[in-house]
Write a new protein. Structure first.
Length: 662
């Protein structure tokens, strides 16, 4: 009964947001009850998080456009469900936001948090430390709601601690959006303040998914990097995209139009603080996830230009298993609650359920969550060379097929008869991509006809265009996503089951690459910034760039930067961009990265390519534009940097400016 009582209170008290003035109701009695005991206020606080998304919902019914709205992915599934696809097809707009219509929802979170701040002094049965903990979590939850709004919609309206009154006239609610810089500073300061009283780690496995001190500081680092980037820091992209976007109430630019290199130092400081974060015992909180090598782990190449490559990890790539070090983080094999790479992660039913869209139709899957040829080509060879400059040891070829089956990586079977394009590739390729002639274990089912299958996507194959059970249940590019699939996962057959999946909201590899990017952008200048009361100076330190970039590469079994690379800013930047593209594939970073870099139009204008899935095997292996009208209908438009604000809000609030182009 107590649980039911609290849920009723939460439902009532959370029903209004400050912009939707027509829906306000009087909840004074319910609110008064909440603030009588600490357990009620804590339930009310965590209740606010029910309006936050399952962060893994980036494909089906997404809260953000996600990978389907990038050059990573493509599908023929219903765009009413895969709304990232609908976004790039021009189906989402200010009157039809679909599942992206979260402006009101996330302001409900903010209102609920502000209610706590305004009335928490009424609670009498808690200690000072209990109050500090609730204040910190509430501040984090509110900052995270603002963060989601900013990332998706751009500048927001900052309310501070104000609880907007009910039933006022329209002039009371009509306030302009804040400038982008002010939004970033406020959100980062709130995360910083929250982090002071947040725990270093959750108290038990039961609390896995709750934010920690590291989560607050890592989100700050992510936002600082974005704030320093071309699109938001007066670079060419800022002037091109936002030069005419001016707040009508005072004529100020929403996005800064003058470049400030010092922001990169601030971003570097925010990142290295997370990398070096220690618990009360002085132990590093975070480290890249690795699995030790065993006698089945293939040897490293001795044909690289990186003199440190053969050293033991983390000073080199030896001593670990690159395939499992990467794959096990996403497929459910590694225990997420103790994975020190996950700064913040949550169990995601959305990701677990999504795997069905990647599974062969022959095993009850929908077989059509596709990867583009651009991604396939971006993966390097096993010795770290690009496909355009492969070695004799690990050659790249678009002719012929493998002649023998072998264990390409520990536990990964590469069939005989696999097209040579897919042979000799880096470990992350096999951890993430399904291609024709790929071997699928599906080991949980006891039905021998439903497991250990070789899956082909030729038009006349069981999982190809002509024989699937639904016209959209085949991979039109010839590739499917496998990053979140475990070898035991199966969708059909007796005893078929799926391993629960965890979605990494933010992990250490991202912070390391962000630190490297920030240092690289500092050029010949040095800047001193305050980090928790300590003055620190940052410059383009090539040894720091080498150290942290190479750790990410070594974990993947690949060589790092050479002295020649490090001497050229453009080479390092190009490698960072490629590395982020591969390392964070299907983790919802690409959508935001190409925008902040100012690369959005260039990257998204490239035509989607794939294999010739309309043909049988004899003509299948050739690069073509897949036969889908969606490819020609994909929209690349500068207005799509941000989602539009709901048109209902613009009608209601005259001081509001819509995002440019909408």
């Amino acid at each position: 009964m107590k649980h039911t009582f609290i849920l009723v209170i939460l439902a009532l008290a959370s029903s209004c947001d400050y912009l939707s003035i027509n829906d306000y109701i009087d909840n004074d009695l319910a609110i008064d009850t909440i603030f009588t005991q600490k357990r009620y206020i804590e339930a009310y606080m965590w209740g606010a998080t029910t309006y936050l998304p399952d962060e893994g919902a980036i494909f089906s019914n997404p809260y953000t456009p996600g990978p389907m709205a990038t050059d990573e992915a493509f599908c023929e599934f219903n765009s009413g469900e895969f709304q990232g696809m609908g976004f790039v097809l021009g189906e989402r707009n200010e009157t039809s936001l679909g599942s992206f219509d979260k402006w009101h929802t996330w302001y409900q979170v903010i209102r609920q948090c502000n209610t706590i701040f305004n009335r928490m002094d009424e609670v009498r049965d808690w200690t000072i430390s209990e109050r500090q903990r609730i204040v910190a979590y509430t501040r984090f939850i509110r900052a995270y709601a603002y963060y989601l709004l900013l990332m998706n919609y751009g500048p927001v309206v900052l309310l501070g601690d104000e609880v907007v009154e009910n039933n006022e006239n329209i002039a009371y609610y009509d306030r302009p959006r804040d400038l982008y810089d002010d939004c970033v500073e406020y959100i980062c300061s709130e995360f910083e303040e929250a982090s002071r009283d947040m725990p270093y780690s959750v108290a038990s496995v039961v609390e896995f998914g709750q934010p920690t001190k590291g989560a607050a500081l890592a989100l700050t680092a992510r936002l600082r990097l974005q704030h320093a980037s071309n699109l938001y820091n007066g670079g060419n992209a800022a002037r091109m995209y936002f030069g005419n976007w001016i707040r009508k109430t005072d004529g100020k630019h929403y996005i800064q139009q003058t470049y400030d290199r010092r922001r990169w130092a601030v971003a570097a400081a925010a990142a290295i603080r997370v990398i070096n974060l220690k618990d009360d015992a002085g132990t590093n909180l975070y480290e890249l996830h690795t699995v030790l090598k065993d006698n089945k782990t293939p040897p490293l190449s001795e044909n690289t230009s990186d003199p440190d490559y053969l050293n033991l990890y983390p000073l080199g790539a030896d001593g670990i298993d690159p395939y499992h070090s990467y794959a096990d983080m996403f497929n459910g094999e590694a225990v997420a609650s103790v994975n020190k790479e996950f700064i913040w992660a949550r169990t995601s039913s959305s990701i677990t359920n999504f795997t069905r869209y990647t599974f062969p139709n022959a095993n009850g899957g929908y077989n059509g969550a596709c990867v583009t040829q651009k991604i396939i080509d971006a993966y390097e060879m096993a010795d770290g060379r690009s496909i355009d400059a492969s070695s004799e040891e690990y050659p790249y070829s678009e002719a012929g097929f493998t002649t023998t089956a072998r264990e390409m990586y520990n536990g990964y079977r590469l069939n005989a008869g696999v097209y040579n394009m897919y042979n000799n590739r880096e470990a992350r390729f096999y951890a993430s991509i399904g291609f024709s002639e790929c071997f699928w274990e599906m080991a949980s089912t006891t039905d021998v006809a439903q497991k250990n299958l070789t899956i082909t996507y030729y038009s006349d194959a069981p999982n190809g265009k002509e024989l699937v059970s639904n016209s959209s249940y085949y991979p039109i590019t010839g590739y499917v996503m496998r990053k979140y699939n475990h070898p035991n996962d199966a969708w059909a057959g007796e005893a078929a089951r799926r391993i629960a999946k965890t979605y990494p909201i933010i992990r250490l590899a991202e912070i390391m690459l962000s630190y490297v990017e920030a240092l690289n952008e500092l050029g010949s200048e040095a800047f001193t910034v305050d980090v928790d009361g300590e003055q620190q100076t940052f410059s383009r330190d090539i040894e720091q760039i080498r150290k942290y970039y190479n750790q990410v590469r070594y974990r993947a079994g690949l060589p790092g930067l050479t002295d020649f690379d490090l001497g050229d800013y453009n080479i390092v930047l190009s490698k960072i961009k490629r590395e982020r593209m591969i390392e964070f594939l299907f983790e919802n970073r690409r959508y935001f990265d190409v925008r902040r870099w100012g690369d959005y139009e260039l990257s998204e204008s490239a035509t989607v390519m794939g294999m010739n899935t309309a043909s049988p095997k004899d003509a299948y292996y050739q690069r073509v534009v897949p036969g889908s009208s969606r490819i020609s209908r994909r929209v690349v438009d500068r207005k799509m940097i941000f989602l539009p604000l709901p048109k209902t809000e613009l009608k209601r609030l005259p001081a509001f400016d819509q995002n440019p182009g909408w």
